[in-house]
Design a protein around this ligand. Structure first.
Ligand code: A3P
Length: 296
């Protein structure tokens, strides 16, 4: 794609207690007042937890048969608008969502649960949350911030590691994010909480669970097609799914579809960092019902 010159990398600032950059707060008025529809499906994640993967699965489940040309001509970030993205880097998420020709609308957000616009709760919308173990999530986020010029300067790995533990990342603390959404699940029944590691382990099984939650019953043939289409290599080679059409991402630094693995953190964490991480993790993750796998 044609390169796009963005202003210097944005600074983080505190926004209602969550670290943010202006790219996700400039359109806040419209985000907050967004009118959800009862059949909207919100895909919520902490950045780099598998958002695109699950977005593509849902897109294929709903529109793969009905509008196959849709997947080959429109990039995933337009098929599944990013709610809080402001117009400074393209169309705003709210505008894209309001202009979507298809329904149900699939809408992506990285907002922590307490910042989700109230209309989604009032309309009792279905929500799919994807969580990924903190270690791999951190590594993926680091490489993403290196290549995405709309992200804050990542600094070196050691510095990034500390910032992640301190929750000074865009969309705030991973720990608060995954816990906040997990807690919500106890009181909001239309929330399906899933894990990246489970998807890696058995994509078909996780698609079955999703279908059960969404009330969908694809044919065996259709399911096979979807499971195949969303495998890492297929998505990596799919220009409508791999973000290669985004002008401010530098794939020479790191591709968006980077590795797609569980356990890549082992190549990044030093022994000392791993100890520090585990120590800190125990203090922050007190709920025994929320368990992550850092290897499978
Ligand atoms: P890595 O950087 O570890 O490779 P998000 O979509 O939330 O930004 O998450 C991006 C991460 O999900 C990247 O992780 C990317 O490679 C991974 N990913 C995307 N599609 C995938 C797939 N089909 N299978 C496995 N991992 C996938």
């Amino acid at each position: 794609p044609e390169k796009m010159d963005l202003p210097p990398r944005p600074q983080l600032f505190d926004f209602h207690g969550v670290s943010m950059t202006h790219y996700f707060t400039d359109n806040w008025e419209n985000v907050q007042n967004f009118q959800a529809r009862p059949d909207d499906i919100l895909i919520a994640t902490y950045p780099k937890a598998g958002t695109t993967w699950v977005s593509y699965i849902l897109d294929l489940l709903y529109f793969g048969q009905m509008a196959p040309e849709h997947q080959t001509s429109i990039p995933i970030y337009e098929r599944v608008p990013f709610l809080e993205l402001s117009e400074s880097i393209g169309n705003s998420g709210t505008e894209l969502a309001n202009n979507l020709p298809t329904s149900p609308r699939l809408i992506k957000t990285h907002l922590p649960v307490q910042l989700v616009p109230k209309s989604f709760w009032e309309q009792n919308c279905r929500m799919v949350y994807v969580a990924r173990n903190a270690k791999d999530n951190m590594v993926s986020f680091f490489h993403f911030d290196r290549m995405d010029m709309s992200e804050p300067e990542p600094g070196d790995w050691n510095n990034f590691f500390q910032r992640f533990l301190d929750g000074k990342m865009v969309f705030g603390s991973w720990y608060d994010h995954v816990n906040g959404w997990w807690k919500k699940k106890q009181t909001y029944s239309k929330l399906h909480y899933m894990f990246y590691e489970d998807l890696i382990e058995d994509t078909g099984r996780e698609i079955d669970k999703l279908c059960c939650f969404l009330g969908l019953s694809p044919s065996a043939e259709e399911k096979k097609q979807i499971t195949g289409g969303v495998q890492f290599d297929n998505m990596k080679n799919n220009s409508m799914a791999n973000y290669s059409t985004v002008p401010f991402m530098d794939f020479k630094i790191s591709p968006f579809m980077r590795k797609g693995k569980v356990g890549d953190w082992k190549k990044h964490f030093t022994v000392a960092q791993n100890e520090e991480f585990d120590e800190d993790y125990k203090k922050k993750m007190k709920d025994p019902t929320l368990q992550f796998r850092t290897e499978i």
